[in-house]
Design a protein around this ligand. Structure first.
Ligand code: S3P
Length: 170
């Protein structure tokens, strides 16, 4: 079993992914953490030293490795589904779940977050909302290819397992 959580930065993929993995008694992997460990560099370092294009290639390579893992819940980077044929690769190799959240909520959550995200660093709330609106327009068609989607991150694990058609003893 392999489950991919996808969605915009700050939508709660890692938090939900950890809970889901615990409940299913499987491994949890955060793609960003995996990528940093494999490259011996943080994501901000990769963006600063090599640029976004190089980051996307590293992200693709990380995904190609992660599709080999079994019994795992993977929280993907917010942009991962939107480059190369990453979304199709995930759809072919597991169940994909899109955490769909409104831009205003994403903006508030991102302003509170301690994670350093190069794409949104230093933005005010208004700038952040504009940026999210603009990028979501491009990203949504990719996210919407997911097998399942939820709009309420507090859906509850039982309901979620039912939605994605998984029994916790599986
Ligand atoms: C990115 C999202 C980040 C990280 C990188 C780029 C994006 O992951 O991969 O900063 O393009 O949306 P999170 O979604 O875990 O913040």
């Amino acid at each position: 079993m392999r489950i991919y959580l996808i969605g915009y930065m700050g939508c709660g993929k890692s938090t939900l992914g950890k809970k889901l993995a615990k409940r299913l008694n499987v491994q949890f992997i955060d793609m960003d953490d995996y990528l940093e460990a494999r490259n011996y560099k943080t994501i901000p370092q990769i963006f600063a030293e090599e640029g976004e294009d190089a980051f996307r290639i590293k992200e693709r390579k990380a995904l190609e490795e992660l599709v080999e893992f079994t019994d795992v819940v993977i929280a993907t980077g917010g942009g991962a589904p939107c480059f190369f044929d990453n979304m199709d690769l995930m759809n072919r190799t597991g169940k994909t779940l899109f955490l769909n959240m409104a831009p205003s909520i994403l903006a508030s959550r991102l302003l509170q977050s301690k994670t350093d995200r190069p794409l949104i660093r230093g933005k005010s709330k208004a700038e952040l909302i504009d940026f999210i609106d603009e990028t979501l327009k491009k990203r949504r068609p990719f996210y919407e290819k997911a097998h399942y989607q939820i709009t309420n991150p507090d859906i509850g694990l039982n309901n979620l397992l039912e939605l994605i058609d998984i029994r916790s003893d599986q």
